[in-house]
Design a protein around this ligand. Structure first.
Ligand SMILES: [Zn+2]
Length: 359
């Protein structure tokens, strides 16, 4: 637990320095830009992109601006005349590795009158990954325009929570490793890193059987950034693995510790940075509690670095207490490690089932 406290303190510190949004745009290209008006009178603007990337919309009373983290191909036309009740014109600006779409407005737009989203590639239909902006022109003319001043910002996520566990990209993070052993058992001296790695490897195998595509921050006993890393570098290196793999879910596996050797049980932590993190944690915790008669220390909100800095939903699981004699024995047992891995995997599958998918 001591490292987790350290992580929480660090988190506040880091956010102040680094700010938000670190997904690299350097490798993403915008290969085409198309727009049109459909039968429902929706103005749809589409960026074809070489890989999933982030995009951000900013709405003011006179303009809707969309920034896509991708480099604009030079031969794409920059200005378009448009016959729309909402938009005066369409302009594209290349700004280094980013592309900015500027839409001056004829009338004030409400945040509910547009939608920015990502469509994942569809090889069958020969469609690439796309960033899409819809502006709903029809059926809203009777509404009173929103006169409130100020900027509305929406950021497009690149993760998916629908369609079941099959094909989901899941990054697993076995806590600690290498020069950082984590906490340790009081009876045998077994270290946290010696538990989190085998449980995570077992978890990977079960998730892959369920059809998920699993990446790991480490698969051996090592530091992820390196032995000389600061705590922040080490934790950010774990976040980077998830971002690089375009993960839909990030799960960090730890064991707990307390000065009170009677304390034991499961707890699962989340940071509510998306509307799914709490549900991920709840489903995992619920499933872990079915493994044996062990304490339920609950689903808890926290500011752990890895949970907060990953752009996709996730949870940090605290598997029992190494400082509790009975639980140390369970944590070391191959049989119970399998049970816990199965429980986490089932919890993840439950989460996807509840979010509209079938597995
Ligand atoms: Zn830990």
């Amino acid at each position: 637990m001591s490292l987790l406290k350290r992580i929480m303190i660090l988190c506040a510190f880091i956010l102040a320095i680094v700010g938000f949004g670190s997904v690299s745009a350097a490798n993403t290209q915008i290969t085409a830009f198309n727009w049109g008006v459909n039968k429902e009178n929706t103005l749809r603007l589409v960026f074809d992109i070489t890989q999933l990337t982030r995009a951000k919309a900013e709405l003011t009373s006179s303009m809707l601006k969309v920034t896509v983290n991708g480099k604009l191909k030079p031969d794409i036309q920059r200005r378009y005349a448009v016959n729309s009740s909402k938009v005066k014109s369409i302009s594209l600006l290349a700004q280094g590795d980013k592309t900015v779409l500027i839409l001056p407005l004829k009338q004030t737009l409400k945040s509910s009158e547009y939608k920015l989203f990502v469509l994942k590639k569809n090889p069958g239909a020969k469609r690439p990954d796309r960033v899409v902006l819809d502006i709903f022109n029809g059926g809203v003319s009777a509404d009173t325009p929103n006169k409130r001043a100020g900027t509305h910002i929406c950021v497009v996520p690149t993760y998916s929570v629908t369609g079941g566990i099959k094909g989901k990209h899941i990054t697993l993070d076995p806590g600690h490793g290498g020069t950082d052993p984590g906490t340790h058992g009081l009876i045998t001296g077994v270290t946290e890193k010696e538990i989190t790695l085998p449980v995570s490897l077992k978890l990977r195998a079960i998730l892959e059987k369920k059809g998920a595509i699993v990446s790991m921050t480490r698969t051996t006993d090592r530091d992820v950034w390196g032995p000389e890393a600061t705590d922040v570098q080490e934790l950010q290196a774990r976040v980077d693995v998830a971002e690089k793999n375009k993960a839909d879910l990030f799960i960090s596996v730890h064991c707990n510790a307390s000065v009170n050797t009677d304390i034991g049980g499961f707890s699962t932590y989340y940071n509510p940075k998306t509307s799914y993190d709490e549900s991920v944690a709840e489903n995992i915790q619920e499933s872990l509690l079915k493994t044996a008669s062990l304490n339920d220390l609950g689903v808890r909100e926290a500011n752990f670095y890895v949970n907060k800095r990953c752009s996709m939903p996730g949870a940090l699981v605290e598997l029992l207490f190494l400082t509790n004699a009975r639980e140390e024995k369970l944590l070391r047992s191959n049989w119970f490690q399998n049970k816990m891995a199965q429980a986490i995997a089932d919890g993840i599958e439950d989460f996807y089932k509840k979010n509209g998918g079938v597995s």
